[in-house]
Ligand binder design. Structure first.
Ligand code: ADP
Ligand code: ZN
Ligand code: ZN
Length: 815
């Protein structure tokens, strides 16, 4: 054990973009509490205090600086060194620093740092009498000025104040601003019970000749739901099922026939141990093939069309892991969008599944962190967004990556700019865990790996219960216009299909990949387009709130009454966003119930959840939305899917654009026809002959892959080469251009790599920063790691040059 030796020094990782760890001296009294993975409080620079993580213990005093002492121990955060190895790997692979990785890896609770705002939590009269005068002073300051930061205290009282603040936080008198916001107390919900003692009254209500038909419907609905196995029945469920009014329900409550009880929301799911469904023959075969692939120590790619039962297979595998006592991580793209999935998993595993994603409060996240670290039974199964790969696992046996192709697994900003799926695969190798990738539309990279024999391929080509894949119709907008068959953005064919669905009480989903009302406001007289002041992009009109918004930097302003250049009042909107599509639909189908799902409406969790239940219970006829409607949703009554305009998906200037378009269209098509009727998909476009659309029409993934991989082979794109995108940013365009050109020529000295650029990205100024990109292509047979180190050192040299010191840069590896 380490404390027998009593190390004198600790190397710690600071949450800063530093290339190396720093060594601090361990005070004897703290020595017994310090291990690798312990979080400690240290001073860095003349004033700043940080919480840092111990990554190494040793006895060698650094020779170029006098080490400072560790101020305080905050507690263990990581027990298994493999998690720290993972951070190190990520920093090296994604060309950033371990401190930056640490910064995104840890939940920020109790991150006692200089900028942390402190707040006094308790009234003075309740302060502990034993507090020392200095403690009281700190509390008084924080009470009087709630904006006080740890830095302020250290400035005033020296580093000793940091220790005191930590103590006060520990005893709960002092709080950290972020964690005070924590309100996510257990939610209670009302459930309905039938009163068994009121037998006579119930019989009377159920009598065929009863006058209280509405009440009878409620009671019948109650029995129906009970028979279907619902353990808890809520008022909403009864009202939806019976179509009776609240008044009727209240009458039953008044008569004591129904009773309302309150239960914790989590209890709804505590019914654990539900049997997993019996697998169909095809599913069973796939299941065995997955196990066989695992036995060969290979990654398994499950290519299963939408609704083929991939999730059922995940559940079966998770059950096995649970039985064996191991930990299982299931990654999903954007967890907020998969409430349905969570409910399904809760159904099988009850409270034994933990969630982990960025929309949770910091407190909730750190609770999950702790329970994973302690390997509590409640967190054996974790379902999370990409950041869940940082959890302190110690007994990880399986990682399932659902929708492995999804681009939201990539973190765009800030550093580490990493691909969560690929990182998870590395994490699995550290733990000797198995990996299952699941998708209806494999990423080109993953499918390539199966063809190389690196991954095992498991295919499921049947929908559950033999449902047919939807029929896809391509609608040529140009021809429709010629025949005068377009009303606004809708072709007559699509209108008729929606109308038909409405009449038969089926649902429709309409996809448009832009939010807002219209992406451009243009002057008809001088042609001026309203642009963002800080970005080179047009402002989007948001009609409902009467604002112009920039979708890049978030700035907004009111809609001007006249052109800002020539004063003309003839302003015209160009192009349509979801808001406008929603408007058009309401005038085309006045009686229909329409809801919109995009970033603007999904902000509210309540509205989002209501949308889900309303879709499920058939209260919505038409759902309009951005790509949010394409993912993970499973509604049985959706029959028609319409894509308003596929062209801006197809002509995006990026080498992955076609892959993404195919995935998106195939996904959105898969929302339809999930029970009984064959789904119908209508894609409106000016380019009916585009290869991507023909592959979507026939649902032919393999043909798509063949075509796409030929293109990438010809034009040298991943997976046939490795590619790194280096981005430079500066407010001064001239300086940026000079730097980019010079750096490009220096990078050409790295042997055998192909340097392309510099070039402007599609939007070349964001938030007043100009941007230029350089693409680096590296042959697959060359050592990736070595080449990255060479590139790194060229860049470090370059950016320490006085002229270019202010130029910001970052890497996107495997861009
Ligand atoms: P995917 O994840 O591939 O889209 P799901 O697992 O969601 O497919 O399955 C689609 C639907 O079919 C779900 O409602 C699911 O409950 C049902 N289903 C799939 N397999 C079975 C099975 N073996 N027994 C019962 N229901 C099944
Ligand atoms: Zn004008
Ligand atoms: Zn902007």
């Amino acid at each position: 054990m380490s404390h027998l030796v009593g190390f004198r020094f600790a190397e710690v990782l600071l949450p800063r973009p530093l290339a190396n760890g720093f060594t601090y001296e361990i005070p004897t009294e703290l020595s017994p509490h310090i291990r690798i993975g312990t979080r400690v409080l240290v001073q860095f620079g003349p004033r700043k205090i940080y919480s840092a993580i111990v990554i190494r213990l040793h006895n060698n005093a650094p020779d170029n600086y006098e080490p400072k002492q560790i101020l305080e121990v905050l507690g263990p955060v990581i027990d298994d060194v493999r998690n720290l190895q993972f951070w190190q790997w990520m920093a090296e692979y994604y060309m950033c620093t371990p401190g930056e990785v640490m910064n995104v890896a840890l939940p920020s609770r109790l991150k006692l740092e200089s900028e942390t705002q402190l707040q006094c939590l308790i009234e003075e009269e309740y302060w502990d009498e034993n507090l020392e005068a200095e403690d009281r002073e700190i509390l008084t300051i924080t009470r009087n000025s709630p904006e006080t930061t740890l830095n302020d205290l250290v400035k005033q009282y020296g580093t000793a104040a940091a220790k005191r603040a930590k103590k006060l936080v520990d005893i709960g008198v002092l709080g950290i601003k972020e964690s005070i916001k924590y309100h996510s107390l257990e939610k209670w919900i009302k459930v309905v019970h039938i009163n068994a003692h009121k037998k006579k009254e119930i019989e009377a209500i159920l009598h065929p000749k009863t006058k209280a038909k509405a009440q009878q419907n409620i009671v019948l609905a109650y029995y129906q739901l009970q028979a279907e196995g619902h353990l808890f029945i809520t008022r909403e469920m009864l009202l939806n099922r019976s179509t009776s009014t609240i008044a009727a329900l209240d009458a039953l409550v008044r008569k004591n026939i129904l009773e309302i009880r309150e239960i914790k929301e989590s209890a709804l799911f505590s019914r654990s141990g539900v049997q997993a469904a019996k697998l169909t023959e095809a599913q069973q075969e796939a299941y065995e093939k997955i196990l066989k692939t695992f036995a060969e120590n290979k990654i398994a790619l499950l290519h299963g069309i939408t609704s083929s039962g991939k999730t059922e297979l995940y559940v079966h595998l998770m059950k096995e892991i649970e039985k064996s006592g191991g930990q299982c991580l299931m990654l999903v793209p954007e967890i907020a969008l998969t409430t349905q999935l969570i409910n399904r998993l809760r159904h099988f595993f009850g409270e034994r599944v933990s969630l982990y994603h960025s929309r949770m409060t910091d407190r909730e996240r750190s609770d999950v962190w702790e329970s994973v670290r302690k390997n509590d039974p409640g967190s054996q199964l974790v379902v999370g967004a990409r950041s869940a790969i940082f959890l302190p696992f110690s007994n990880l046996k399986l990682i399932i990556i659902d929708e492995e192709h999804d681009s939201s697994y990539r973190q765009d900003a800030p550093n580490p700019r990493y691909q969560g799926r690929d990182s998870a695969i590395y994490l699995a190798t550290l733990f000797g865990a198995h990996v299952l990738l699941g998708t209806a539309t494999p990423s080109v990279e993953s499918y390539f790996n199966t063809l190389q024999g690196k991954y095992g391929l498991i295919e499921l080509h049947q929908r559950y219960e033999g449902l047919q894949l939807p029929e896809v119709h391509l609608i040529n907008i140009r021809e429709e216009k010629k025949k005068n068959r377009m009303k606004g953005n809708f072709s007559q064919t699509l209108i008729e299909a929606i109308d038909d669905a409405l009449r038969r009480k089926k649902q429709t989903i309409i996809f448009q990949n832009r939010r807002g009302y219209s992406p451009k406001l243009i002057c008809e007289d001088c042609g001026t387009v309203q642009m963002c002041d800080r970005c080179d992009i047009s402002l989007t009109i948001h009609k409902a709130v009467h604002r112009l918004k920039c979708h890049y930097c978030g700035r907004e302003k009111s809609i001007p009454p006249a052109c800002v250049v020539c004063g003309s009042i003839y302003l015209k909107m160009l192009g349509a966003g979801t808001e406008q599509i929603e408007d058009e639909l309401s005038s085309l189908f006045p009686g229909a119930r329409i809801e919109r799902l995009d970033l603007d409406t999904a902000q509210s969790k309540k509205r989002y959840n209501k949308m889900l239940t309303d879709m499920e219970s058939g209260q919505i006829d038409i759902l309009v939305g951005t790509q949010m409607v394409t993912k993970g949703l499973n509604f049985t009554k959706v029959e028609v899917v319409g894509v308003v305009n596929a062209d801006n998906l197809l002509y995006f200037p990026e080498y992955r654009a076609h892959e993404r378009a195919f995935q998106l269209l195939e996904q959105v098509a898969g929302r339809s026809g999930r029970s009984g009727q064959v789904g119908k998909v209508f894609i409106q476009t000016y380019n009916t002959g585009h290869p991507v659309l023909t592959f979507v029409k026939t649902h032919d993934y393999k043909a798509f892959y063949e075509w796409q991989s030929q293109e990438r082979k010809t034009f040298l794109y991943p997976p046939f080469v490795r590619m790194i995108h280096l981005m430079l940013r500066h407010k001064d365009l001239k300086l940026l251009q000079k730097a980019s050109i010079e750096l490009t020529s220096m990078l050409k000295s790295v042997s055998e790599i192909l340097v392309i650029g510099p070039e402007f990205p599609p939007v070349n100024r964001v938030n007043n920063y100009y941007r230029m990109g350089i693409f680096l292509k590296i042959p697959r047979n060359k050592s990736y790691l070595k080449t990255k180190r060479q590139i790194w050192s060229v860049c470090l040299d370059f950016f320490t040059h006085p002229e270019y010191k202010t130029v910001k840069f970052f890497f996107e590896v495997d861009a």
